[in-house]
Write a protein that binds this ligand. Structure first.
Ligand SMILES: Cc1ncc(COP(=O)(O)O)c(C=O)c1O
Length: 393
C-alpha cells in the first residue's frame, strides 16, 4: 500500500516536473524554501482568533509578519492571509457586501469570467442576481462606456473586476465613479494576475478605485495554493470580523508561513519576475501567430499578462488541441490558454519562448512524430529544473 501511494506521487513528480513543459496559466512553482515550509510542524497546529488554543506564540508572530509583508507588497491598509483559496475569498467578499436578491456585476463566464461566481457558482448559492459586463471579445475587455451606463441603470450592490481569461487590465478607474455613485462595493478578483500586480507590472486595482483585492496565491503569484485578501481599512476590517468563525476555522498555518516567505520573495524579486513573465507571454504569442495559430487580440499586441489565448471556437475543439499537446508532453488547458509563469520561474526567456512555439507548431501543425517531439521536450525541460526569483537561487 505504502509503495503504491509513494510510487504514484513519484511518477507524477517525475512526469510533470522532469518531463513536461507546464503551460497552465493557473499554475506555478514554489521555491524550495517556500515549499519546505509546507511540511513544517505548523501543518499540525491550530490557532484561532478567539485564542482558544495555547502554544501559538510563534504562529501568531508569523501571521502578523505575513500581513505586514502583504500590506507592503500590495500597498494596502489591511491584509488577511487566512482564506483557504481564491474561490473562498470570492465567497467571503460576495457574502459580506451583498444580500440575497442584490445585483452583482462581473465578467460573464461566456466572456472568460470566473465560472465560480457566475450563474451556477457562488452567486447562485448566495441568491444574488448576476449581471454580465458589456464585453468585447475582439479586445477581450470590458466595454467601459457601456459599462458605466449599465452601472447607473442597474445599480449593482457589488462590482467585481477580474477574470479567468485575462489578457489586459480592466477599466477599473473608468467605472469606479459610477459604481461609487450607486453605492456599489468594488472588488477585484486578482486570482490570475496577483503576481503581476505584486510585481507592479499590471494595473494596481487598489489605487484605481477597488476597495478590495483578493484571489489565489498560486497562479501568477508563486506561493502555496491558497487565498488572500488585501483591502482599504474600512472594508478590510469588516471582512476580518467575519472571517472567523464563518469562513475559516483552521487557516492552515504551514500554508501561511509558506505564503509569508513567498511574499518576501515577491517583495525582493517580484518586479523582475513579473516583467519577464509578460515579456515571455508576448514573445510566445507573437511566435505562435507567425506560425499561423489563431492567437487572440493581435491588434492589441496579444497580451499584457501571463496568458496567451488561442481561439479554437470553444471547449470541444480546445479539448482536442490540449489532448494533442499532451501527447508531446506540452501541458495546457482546453481554453486554450497558455501561461508563462512556471516556465519563467524556471529561468526561460525569449529564445526558449520561440522554441516552445516551434514545439507547439510541430506537434499541432506539422504533425511530426509525437515520440520525437516528446523526447526533445524532455531534453529541453530538463535543462530548466531550477527555480529563479527566490532566496535559495
Ligand atoms: C478568476 C478566478 N478566481 C478564482 C478562482 C478560484 O481560485 P482557487 O482555485 O484558488 O479557488 C479561479 C480559478 O482558477 C479564477 O480563475
Amino acid at each position: 500500500m505504502i509503495e503504491e501511494i509513494l510510487s504514484l506521487v513519484r511518477k507524477h513528480e517525475d512526469w510533470r516536473v522532469k518531463d513536461c513543459l507546464n503551460l497552465i496559466p493557473s499554475e506555478n512553482v514554489m521555491s524550495p524554501a517556500v515549499r519546505s515550509l509546507l511540511s513544517s510542524d505548523l501543518g499540525h497546529r491550530y490557532t484561532s482568533t478567539d485564542r482558544f488554543y495555547m502554544g501559538t506564540k510563534f504562529i501568531d508572530e508569523i501571521e502578523l509578519y505575513g500581513e505586514k509583508l502583504a500590506k507592503q507588497v500590495f500597498d494596502a491598509e489591511t491584509a488577511d492571509l487566512r482564506p483557504l483559496s481564491g474561490h473562498i475569498a470570492n465567497w467571503i467578499f460576495l457574502s459580506t457586501f451583498a444580500n440575497p436578491k442584490d445585483k452583482v456585476l462581473c465578467v460573464s463566464a461566456d466572456d472568460g469570467g470566473y465560472p465560480g461566481v457566475w450563474k451556477e457558482g457562488l452567486t447562485s448559492l448566495l441568491g444574488h442576481h448576476v449581471v454580465g459586463f458589456p464585453f468585447s471579445k475582439t479586445r477581450m475587455n470590458i466595454e467601459a462606456t457601456e459599462a458605466v451606463e449599465l452601472v447607473l441603470r442597474e445599480k449593482p450592490r457589488i462590482v467585481v473586476f477580474g477574470a479567468s481569461l485575462f489578457l489586459f487590465p480592466h477599466p477599473v478607474q473608468e467605472i469606479t465613479r459610477a459604481a461609487s455613485e450607486v453605492g456599489a462595493t468594488i472588488g477585484y478578483d486578482g486570482s490570475h494576475v496577483l503576481g503581476l500586480i505584486a510585481g507592479k507590472t499590471f494595473q494596481q486595482p487598489l489605487k484605481e478605485g477597488a476597495c478590495i483585492l483578493y484571489g489565489s496565491t498560486h497562479k501568477s503569484f508563486f506561493g502555496p495554493q491558497g487565498g488572500i485578501i488585501v483591502a482599504d481599512k474600512q472594508h478590510g476590517e469588516s471582512l476580518k470580523k467575519r472571517l472567523f468563525p464563518m469562513f475559516v476555522d483552521n487557516a492552515h498555518w504551514n500554508r501561511i508561513a509558506a505564503l509569508t516567505l513567498a511574499l518576501a520573495e515577491m517583495k525582493t524579486y517580484g518586479q523582475k519576475y513579473a516583467e519577464q513573465v509578460v515579456r515571455n507571454a508576448q514573445t510566445l504569442a507573437k511566435a505562435l501567430s507567425d506560425y499561423g495559430f489563431p492567437v487572440m487580440c493581435p491588434d492589441d499586441g496579444f497580451t499584457q499578462s501571463h496568458q496567451v489565448l488561442l481561439d479554437y471556437g470553444g471547449y470541444k475543439q480546445g479539448m482536442k488541441v490540449a489532448r494533442n499537446l499532451e501527447k508531446g508532453n506540452i501541458i495546457a488547458d482546453c481554453g486554450v490558454r497558455l501561461g508563462t509563469c512556471e516556465v519563467t520561474r524556471r529561468g526561460m526567456r525569449k529564445s526558449e519562448m520561440e522554441k516552445i512555439a516551434e514545439f507547439i507548431k510541430r506537434q499541432l501543425i506539422d504533425k511530426d512524430k509525437g515520440e520525437k517531439i516528446k523526447k526533445e521536450v524532455i531534453k529541453f525541460v530538463r535543462a530548466f529544473q531550477r527555480v529563479e526569483y527566490c532566496f535559495m537561487d
